[in-house]
Design a protein around this ligand. Structure first.
Ligand SMILES: [Mg+2]
Length: 366
C-alpha cells in the first residue's frame, strides 16, 4: 500500500495517461513535403562536412544514423545520406495543429517538445471510456490533417506511458495496464528508464543494478543514500509507481524579441528606432496570449560580443505598447553614451501574469 493512498482508506481511481510522440518528426515532414526524399535516408540538420544530425528518417536509422550524431560520422555510416536544412517554422505550425487535436479530448496537455506531449484523459471531453480508443482517434486525425504518423503509449502514469510509446514505433500504440506495469519495468535495463542518463546508468551498473528488478530489490534508504534526491523517484518507478501529474499550460517566464543589425550602431536615435519592431513584437504577443508583465529588460550585445542587460520593474503590469516602449527607451537612454558599437538589441518582459488573472490594485487614499 502506498502512503498517498491511505488518507481516506480508498485508492484514487486509476489515471489514464497518453504519451503521443510523432515518428521521426522533422525528417517525416521533409519527406512529406518533398517526394524526392521519400524512401531515402534523410538527415535534418548538419551537412556532409560539419554540424550534427537533428533528426534522421527511418531509412537513415537502418544505417545507425541517430540524432545528435556528428554529420561526418553519419555520412561515413550511410554514404547516400541526404542532408536537409531544418524548417522550424513549419514544425512549429504542425505542432500547433496536433495540440489542437489533443485539446478536442482534454485540456490537460503537457508538451515535452514540438512533437511529444503527455495527455491526462482520465476525464475526457468526449466521454470515451478507453484511453486506447482516444489514442487511436488522435493518431487517425493527426494522419488525416498532417499526413504524418504518430505513436502512442497508454498507461496509468507518465513514466510508463512514455516507455509504452516507444514500444510499437513507428505508427503504433501500446498499453501498459496496472496489472502489467511492474512486470514491464522488471526486465528493463536501467539505461532505458526515462530520466536515467548514461552517467547514472553507469553508476547503477557499478552498484550491481542492471534492470528494474535490481532496483526494486533495494531499500528506499539504499536508493536515497546512493542517488540523493532522485533515489526515491527511481525506487518508485522500479515498482511502476509515478505520481507526477500532467502539468498543463506551463506559464512562460518571459516574452522577448531581439534583432542583430546588418551594421553595428552607436547613435541613440538609430538604436531607439531599432527598438520599435521589438516592442511591437513583444506587445503583440502580450495581446494574443493575454499575458502581462511588470519587468522590462533591455539586452545589448556589443560588436565584441560582450552582452549587458538592464532591467526595470514597475508596480503594476505594463499596460500598453507605449508604456513598454517608454520603459525600454529609458533603459537605453541611461546607457548613453555607449562605450562600443552595438550589434544586437533585445527587449523582454518578465514577472508575467497569466491572462484573465486579476492584477494587483494600486490602493488610493481617500
Ligand atoms: Mg518523436
Amino acid at each position: 500500500m502506498r502512503e498517498s493512498d491511505t488518507t481516506s482508506g480508498e485508492a484514487r481511481p486509476v489515471r489514464k495517461i497518453i504519451h503521443i510522440d510523432m515518428d521521426a518528426f522533422y525528417a517525416s515532414v521533409e519527406q512529406r513535403d518533398n517526394p524526392e526524399l521519400r524512401g531515402k535516408p534523410v538527415a535534418v540538420g548538419g551537412s556532409a562536412e560539419r554540424g550534427v544530425v537533428a533528426a534522421a528518417s527511418y531509412e537513415a536509422r537502418k544505417f545507425g544514423v541517430r540524432s545528435a550524431m556528428p554529420s561526418v560520422t553519419a555520412k561515413r555510416q550511410c554514404p547516400d545520406l541526404i542532408f536537409v536544412r531544418p524548417r522550424f517554422e513549419i514544425y512549429k505550425t504542425i505542432s500547433r495543429q496536433i495540440r489542437e487535436i489533443f485539446a478536442e479530448h482534454t485540456p490537460l496537455i503537457e508538451p515535452l517538445s514540438l512533437d511529444e506531449a503527455y495527455l491526462d484523459v482520465t476525464e475526457n471531453l468526449q466521454g470515451i471510456e478507453l484511453a486506447r480508443d482516444i489514442a487511436l482517434r488522435i493518431r487517425e486525425k493527426i494522419r488525416a490533417e498532417t499526413g504524418l504518423n504518430a505513436s502512442a503509449g497508454i498507461s496509468y502514469n507518465k513514466f510508463l506511458a512514455k516507455l509504452a510509446s516507444d514500444h510499437r514505433k513507428p505508427n503504433g500504440q501500446f498499453v501498459i495496464s496496472p496489472e502489467t506495469g511492474p512486470a514491464f519495468v522488471e526486465t528493463l535495463p536501467v539505461g532505458k528508464f526515462h530520466g536515467i542518463g548514461p552517467a547514472t546508468a553507469a553508476k547503477m551498473n557499478a552498484l550491481g543494478l542492471f534492470t528494474g528488478l535490481d532496483i526494486r530489490n533495494q531499500t528506499l534508504e539504499f536508493m536515497n543514500a546512493n542517488f540523493g534526491k532522485s533515489g526515491a523517484y527511481y525506487y518508485w518507478i522500479s515498482r511502476g509507481v509515478d505520481e507526477r501529474p500532467v502539468r498543463a499550460n506551463r506559464i512562460r517566464k518571459s516574452i522577448g524579441a531581439e534583432n542583430t543589425f546588418s551594421t553595428d550602431l552607436t547613435e541613440y536615435g538609430a538604436l531607439a528606432a531599432e527598438l520599435e519592431p521589438l516592442v511591437d513584437k513583444v506587445w503583440r504577443h502580450c495581446e494574443t496570449t493575454g499575458n502581462r508583465g511588470r519587468t522590462v529588460t533591455l539586452k545589448i550585445k556589443f560588436a565584441d560580443f560582450e552582452i549587458i542587460t538592464r532591467s526595470r520593474s514597475v508596480p503594476a503590469a505594463v499596460a500598453n505598447r507605449e508604456e513598454l516602449k517608454r520603459l525600454a527607451c529609458g533603459l537605453l537612454e541611461a546607457e548613453m553614451p555607449l562605450p562600443k558599437r552595438v550589434r544586437l538589441l533585445g527587449v523582454s518582459l518578465s514577472a508575467l501574469q497569466a491572462g484573465g488573472e486579476p492584477e494587483p490594485q494600486l490602493t488610493l487614499g481617500i
